[in-house]
Design a protein around this ligand. Structure first.
Ligand SMILES: [Zn+2]
Length: 233
C-alpha cells in the first residue's frame, strides 16, 4: 500500500509544472498567426516581464540549480524559441539585448542556411551574444513515430553537428511538436542531453520533459500576464 502511495505521489510530482515559467515562442514578425508573435506584442511582453522583476535564465542554469550547483535569481523565467528562423537574429536578439535578457534557441540542423532560417554564422552570433543554443533534431520529425534507431540518429546527429559548428557543449533539446514519450526521453538522455523541453500536453517538472507555455500570435496580453501571475505558479 505504501509502495502504491509512493508511486502515485511520484506520478503526481512528475506531472507538476517546473518551478519557473518556461515560455515557448517560434517566430516574431509582422503577422500574428499560430506561429508568429507580432513585434509590438513581443516588445510589450518583454517590457512587462522586466517591469515585474522577472530575470531570464537558461535551461543550463535550471539544470545546475536542480543539482544544487548554482542558485537561481528571484522570479526566474526561461524564454525559448523553436525552429531557428532568421528573425531570431534580426528581431528577437536586438529586443532581448535592449533589455539585458537571454533566451534559448532550438535549431533544426538540416534547415540551417535554408530560406527563412538562420545560417550557421547566425547561430554562432546568437551563441556569441550569450544565448543558449539547443537542438530541435536534425529534420523535425514526430519522434514517437520513429524507430529507436532513427530517434537516436535524429538526436545524436543534430547535437554533434551543433557542437562541431559552435565549439561548445550542447545540452538542451526541444522535442518537435512537443511530442515525447518515456522511450524518447530515455533516448534523449542516452544521446547526451541534460535537459529537454516539451509542451502543455506532455510536459511536466521532469528535467527531460519540461512543460512549456505556448506564446503565439493569438495569445492575448491578459492571458500572457495571467499565466505568469504568482497564483498560477
Ligand atoms: Zn518545431
Amino acid at each position: 500500500m505504501r509502495g502504491l502511495l509512493c508511486v502515485l505521489l511520484l506520478a503526481g510530482c512528475m506531472r507538476a509544472k517546473p518551478e519557473l515559467p518556461i515560455l515557448n515562442y517560434h517566430s516574431v514578425g509582422a503577422a500574428a498567426d499560430d506561429y508568429t508573435v507580432p513585434v509590438a506584442a513581443f516588445e510589450e511582453q518583454l517590457d512587462w516581464l522586466a517591469s515585474h522583476g522577472f530575470h531570464t535564465v537558461s535551461l543550463h542554469d535550471l539544470a545546475e540549480w536542480r543539482q544544487r550547483r548554482a542558485p537561481l535569481p528571484d522570479k526566474a523565467i526561461i524564454l525559448t524559441f523553436d525552429d531557428g528562423k532568421a528573425d531570431a537574429l534580426g528581431i528577437v536578439l536586438p529586443a532581448l539585448r535592449k533589455r539585458g535578457m537571454r533566451a534559448s534557441f532550438f535549431v533544426i540542423t538540416s534547415l540551417v542556411g535554408r530560406a527563412g532560417y538562420l545560417t550557421w554564422d547566425g547561430v554562432r552570433a546568437l551563441a556569441d551574444a550569450g544565448m543558449e543554443i539547443g537542438s530541435h533534431t536534425a529534420t523535425h520529425p514526430r519522434l514517437p513515430d520513429l524507430s529507436d534507431e532513427r530517434v537516436q540518429d535524429e538526436l545524436r546527429e543534430s547535437r554533434l553537428r551543433l557542437q562541431a559548428e559552435l565549439h561548445r557543449p550542447v545540452e538542451a533539446l526541444a522535442y518537435p511538436y512537443n511530442s515525447v514519450r518515456a522511450r524518447i526521453q530515455e533516448a534523449a538522455r542516452a544521446a547526451g542531453y541534460r535537459v529537454a523541453v516539451a509542451g502543455v500536453e506532455h510536459g511536466s517538472a521532469d528535467l527531460l520533459s519540461l512543460r512549456r507555455t505556448p506564446v503565439n500570435g493569438p495569445t492575448r496580453f491578459e492571458q500572457f500576464a495571467a499565466e505568469l501571475a504568482p497564483s498560477q505558479r
